[in-house]
Design a protein around this ligand. Structure first.
Ligand code: EPZ
Length: 417
């Protein structure tokens, strides 16, 4: 398994380009199943999770071809398989996003139940309840979700928990259902909005995009479209934190500052100078950051996918930061690893108190989940001497060319195969 060796102590300076958003690309790729016409996508990030999704779509029967500019054409004319096999789903939970589109297009789907993962049990009960409300017959056996529906019917669905992929699955299914579907307490994440805009480009009738009440008027069929994937706001936030921690001066291009208001506010509170235009962010930091307290919650509040990164910032900040995680029950896996680097952190339930230290020590640490891995990279950038991070396949799932981008900014990162 690959490792990353990171030499700490280098300020990050310069400019890098932000890639397309993983969590927008995944549902949008699955939306290709909703139409027999060609869906052309641009700004697709080169990530393991994208390759996994393309393998799954090919298995189901989607034809695809890529162009040199990183764009891709997808066309789901003939169904080959009704099944999303465990072998693929176990490597990526977001495979559940083929369930809604397959059911809506072909009236049947067999999708392996996604396993849990490091950060929590992560059930899909709200996906299933919503599809049942739309008339699907669903039963679960041998670890598979078997769903059937001659034609899905529009329904009013109130989700008792805000769920991002749950909202996405149900919204995609509703585009081809008979009648009107109302999703209440829907997720408002920018990636949900990006999916809605792509579906509308394909001819879907969707109102209330970006709000917690989404109304979808079913149509007979969707047509092809050409759509650019939005920039990745979590990749953007991660590099902003890296620049602040190393007291650097970094410009990020091809990004969307308007999707990061709370994160930018918190970084300014830690002492960073941040200027933003429509597609660029420049961050400068001239002193040790001040500790930041935060509480994760659904968009537009502080994103859970930035929690571990801010934990890393608090480890070397001036003061005490209180970090509360309200979305997942076990998203502090990075704490033990950071303690190996000398961080002073006390965890009580879903709250961590982080007492900033002047300097972290190098050590060998292990990545456990995608954002925890990113936070260990951040900590290693400021630790004295060289830190080795093992099991970095987690990072490759969500950060395109992380060592190239960091080295372009003056870091000293090498991948050990
Ligand atoms: C999406 O996961 C993201 N993944 C996650 O990003 C992100 O952390 C999460 O949303 C929260 O923002 C993708 O978009 C591919 P949820 P998702 O359903 O949709 C509970 C990353 O780092 N829940 O919004 O799986 C669930 O247990 C990943 O890129 C139910 O109880 O998250 C959790 O406590 C990690 N029943 C809460 O809702 C359900 O049916 C939010 O989960 C569904 C969810």
């Amino acid at each position: 398994m690959d490792k990353l060796a990171i030499q700490g102590g280098h300020r990050l300076c310069g400019e890098i380009r932000i890639s397309g958003a993983k969590n927008a690309a995944l549902p949008i790729l699955c939306a290709a199943l909703l139409s027999a016409d060609t869906l052309h996508l641009d700004n697709l990030p080169k990530l393991q999770d994208i390759s996994t999704t393309l393998t799954l779509l090919g298995h189901i029967g989607c034809e695809m071809s890529r162009d040199e500019q990183g764009g891709i054409d997808l066309q789901a004319v003939q169904l080959k398989q009704l099944e999303a096999p465990y072998s693929l789903v176990k490597t990526m939970r977001a495979s559940i996003l083929v369930l809604g589109p397959m059911l809506a297009r072909w009236g049947e789907a067999r999708v392996s139940l996604p396993g849990g993962c490091a950060i929590g049990s992560r059930p899909v009960d709200l996906h299933i309840k919503g599809l049942q409300a739309m008339g699907a017959e669903i039963h679960i056996e041998h670890g598979y979700i078997h769903a059937r529906a001659s034609r899905l019917q529009g329904a009013r669905i109130v989700m008792d928990t805000v769920t991002v992929t749950g909202t996405e699955n149900l919204m995609m299914a509703a585009t081809l259902a008979e009648g009107t579907t109302i999703l209440e307490n829907a997720a408002r994440e920018p990636e949900v909005t990006d999916l809605a805009h792509c579906l509308i480009a394909m001819g879907a009738d969707i109102q209330g995009v970006g709000t917690d009440t989404i109304i979808i008027q079913g149509v007979k069929r969707l047509h092809g479209a050409s759509y650019p994937i939005m920039p990745d706001r979590i990749e953007t936030g991660t590099y902003l934190v890296a620049a602040v921690m190393t007291q650097g001066n970094v410009t990020l291009t091809h990004t969307r500052p308007d999707t990061l208001d709370v994160v930018i506010d918190k970084l300014r509170a830690s002492g960073a100078l941040i200027q933003a235009t429509d597609h660029h962010i420049t961050v400068q930091m001239h002193q040790r950051p001040e500790s930041i307290s935060l509480r994760t919650a659904p968009y537009p509040a502080f994103p859970t996918d930035m929690q571990a990164q801010f934990m890393a910032l608090n480890c070397i900040a001036n003061g005490v930061g209180r970090v509360t995680e309200t979305i997942f029950e076990n998203r502090f896996m990075h704490v033990q690893e950071m303690q190996r680097l000398g961080a002073q952190i006390e965890v009580e339930g879903n709250t961590a108190l982080v007492y900033g230290v002047a300097q972290l020590q190098a050590a060998t640490v292990m990545a456990t989940d995608l954002r925890a891995s990113a936070s260990l990279v951040l900590a290693a950038l400021v630790a004295e001497s060289e830190t080795t991070i093992e099991r970095i396949y987690h990072i490759d799932r969500g950060y395109e060319g992380i060592e190239e981008k960091l080295n372009q900014l003056g870091a000293k990162v090498r991948r050990i195969h």
